[in-house]
Design a binder for this molecule. Sequence first.
Ligand SMILES: Nc1ncnc2c1ncn2[C@@H]1O[C@H](COP(=O)(O)OP(=O)(O)OP(=O)(O)O)[C@@H](O)[C@H]1O
Ligand SMILES: [Mg+2]
Length: 384
Amino acid sequence: MRIIFHTGKGGVGKTTMSAATALKAAKMGYRTLVISTDPAHSLSDSLNIPLSGNPVEVTKNLWAQEVNVLDEIREHWGELQTYMSSLLITKGFDNIVADELAVAPGMEELSSLFQLNLHAKSGKFDLIVIDCAPTGESVRLLTLPDIVDWYVTKLFSVARTAVGFMRPIMMKTSLLLPDDNVFGSVEKLLKQIAEVKEIVNDPEQTSIRIILNPEKMVLKESQRAFTYFNLYGYNVDAILCNKILPDSEDPHYKKWAELQKKYLHEVDESFLPIPIFKNRMINTEAVGIELLEMIGDEMFGDQDPTKIMFKEQLQKIRKEKNYYVLSIYMPLVEKEKFVLKKNNEDFIIEVGNFRKNIVLPRTLASLSPGDANFVNGYLEIKFS
Ligand SMILES: Nc1ncnc2c1ncn2[C@@H]1O[C@H](COP(=O)(O)OP(=O)(O)OP(=O)(O)O)[C@@H](O)[C@H]1O
Ligand SMILES: [Mg+2]
């Protein structure tokens, strides 16, 4: 089974590309599910059919679902939430405020991943496409299993020990202690989180596709997201470049098309050799199955959209004793001279006529690049 996350800045075409990819795969015979995890769902509007919190059949081999985050929270976090809410009420919070505060950060997003887990285990689908919320959120979404796992494990091992010897004392005070139900539900939660981690971290199964438009701000945010996906070890296997304007004689659109050409070049510089799929701006709203199918066909041609399109990790960072090493995949430019330029988080590497633009993660943005060497197809640069 394959899992593809579609992520990108707001409005670039994530939902459109998710639906188009899913339709293409379904047409090729793959049992496909497309899930929207963005609380501001628009998958139903895009496909132009009503959807619900459970998979709804759209066409042959294709199902679609808009995750109902509130139901998911009740189901997976119910016990914990009730406990936290009662605890807050004993501390003087108003009922409604306590209920709101009891939704811990990350619960909503993780709930969507639990749905993914459920479907992945069901064996019903060959492909699951996830239409994510805008980029910043999806970087967070994919790192949440690790973070929440860490906090919950730490907090609850402390709580469990504390409960053991504090119960006799606390019985006399107003402090509410978590009971076995709460611990039971936390254990169930941790098991789910472990399963989600296994799925999203498996490079043979899961990949991320970044959707972008050839525009300055979109490109910058995509580079930043790409850096962080690399940092966390996720495989970005394709870039879907959307809303490319056709050439035009009209001076207004001619200017736009020229500007896009400049940024298309920068898209290449930032992401090649990752495959970049280019999609034109069609002459109407990309809504409804027929148009989405056309977009999917144009995008992939006779290629299989479920394939893992690229596997190499383009950027890697490791920490040595007192410096970091940034490695950039550059297999074709080995023996040449290179120039490094850094301006805060922007980092440019020039080798002959070849330029590579990247956005540095926070850890490196404040450091200076030093020695650089080619090692096994990677340019390794020291930062200290
Ligand atoms: N190639 C295209 N040609 C024409 N219109 C497009 C194309 N791709 C997307 N659109 C239109 O652009 C709008 C935004 O697209 P879409 O909803 O897919 O973006 P999104 O990234 O999912 O947005 P959000 O961040 O709000 O979830 C929609 O009206 C859609 O129909
Ligand atoms: Mg969307």
